[in-house]
Write a protein that binds this ligand. Structure first.
Ligand code: NAP
Length: 310
């Protein structure tokens, strides 16, 4: 039993999780990182990250994820690829149950991130992999030379449009307003991309499909006009939903499901910390997730000194 008892269990192997793991392991604490799929979290599906300092040419998201994992493992953190199915976080010893076994720890770092929001249209789920995608860098290559629609107006949508415009014959950007939410840094390259057509003030009302997607029907909210856009694929980039279902009823969440933890990353439960995109915060970036991880490890060390007696 004792071999499954850790000082720190990190749930989620993204930049927040692996930074917490690095700092905690380097402080000589025993650390287990539980990751469902592949290390890196959402970063792993990002082609290139240009706003994480220290990489003047940018770095591939998957590569950065693997390097963060290696950095933590160098100090003794252990990774297990297994899905967490339930947790009991309120006791002094926390219980974490996975598909492959049960683990205990004195502290837990919640680092499970967020997943893409769906449009909620009929056929959307069934068409996943047959024309509907939530990850341009994962699936874009299937649409080389074809026509695609990207839905959304934030940084993800615009980065997806730029990526796809280099691969595809034509890219429609369908946004529900006439102004993008995305950072200004994207606007210039976006204007220069000749194969991009903006469809403003419009919502996708229907997916058109046979075996695969053949188009979308959009409605202009200002004019009420309906329009069909023929396309081979639809990339949905309308924001994220926090992966906090496992923690509901135990840690305090806001109305959207983000964990309330503040800048200290401390949740309402002693010994439980929340980092990265899962936490209610003003800016969700790799660098802010990494920062959270370092802060969490700092307060974990404090917790061991003050609550467990070092
Ligand atoms: P986001 O910033 O929340 O933007 C979501 C976009 O989708 C908004 O334009 C929103 O429209 C639209 N939208 C939301 N629900 C919709 C619906 N049901 N139907 C149609 N449109 C809908 O999400 P994000 O772009 O995925 O970015 C998430 C976070 O990751 C942000 O903090 C972002 O800065 C960060 N990120 C950063 C980078 C980068 O810095 N390079 C790249 C990717 C992501 P409204 O504008 O009308 O609300």
């Amino acid at each position: 039993m004792a071999e499954n008892l850790y000082d720190v269990i990190v749930i989620g192997g993204g930049p927040g999780g692996y930074t917490a793991a690095l700092y905690a392991a380097r402080a000589n604490l025993s650390v287990l990182v539980l990751e469902k799929l592949t290390p890196g979290g959402q970063m792993g599906t990002t082609e290139i990250i240009e706003n994480y300092p220290g990489f003047p040419e940018g770095i591939g998201g998957f590569e950065l994820g693997m390097q963060m994992k290696e950095g933590a493992e160098r100090f003794g953190a252990v990774t297990k690829l297994s899905e967490v199915v339930s947790v009991e976080l309120s006791g002094a010893v926390k219980q974490v149950h996975t598909q492959d076994g049960d683990y205990q720890s004195h502290t837990v770092v919640l680092a499970s991130g967020a997943h893409p929001r769906e449009l909620g249209l009929p056929g959307e789920r069934e068409l996943r992999g047959r024309g509907v995608s939530y990850c341009a860098t994962c699936d874009g290559m299937f649409y080389r030379g074809k026509t695609v629609v990207v839905v959304g107006g934030g940084n993800t949508a615009v980065a997806d449009v730029l990526y796809l415009s280099r691969l595809c014959k034509k890219v429609y950007l369908v946004h529900r307003r006439d102004e993008l939410r995305a950072s200004k840094v994207y606007l210039d390259p976006l204007q220069k991309a000749e194969n991009v057509e903006f469809v403003w003030d419009s919502e996708v009302k229907e997916l058109l499909y046979g075996e695969t997607v053949t188009g979308v029907r959009v409605k202009n909210k200002k004019t009420g006009e309906d329009r069909e856009l023929s396309c081979d694929g639809v990339f949905v980039a309308v924001g994220y939903i926090p992966n906090s279902d496992l923690f509901k009823g135990q840690v305090d969440l806001d109305e959207s499901g983000y964990v309330l933890a503040g800048e200290s990353t401390k949740t309402n439960l002693p010994g439980v910390f929340a980092v990265g995109d899962l936490r209610k915060k003003p800016l969700r970036q790799v660098v802010t997730a990494a920062s959270d991880g370092a802060v969490a490890a700092h307060f974990i060390e404090e917790y061991f000194t003050t609550s467990i007696g070092g």
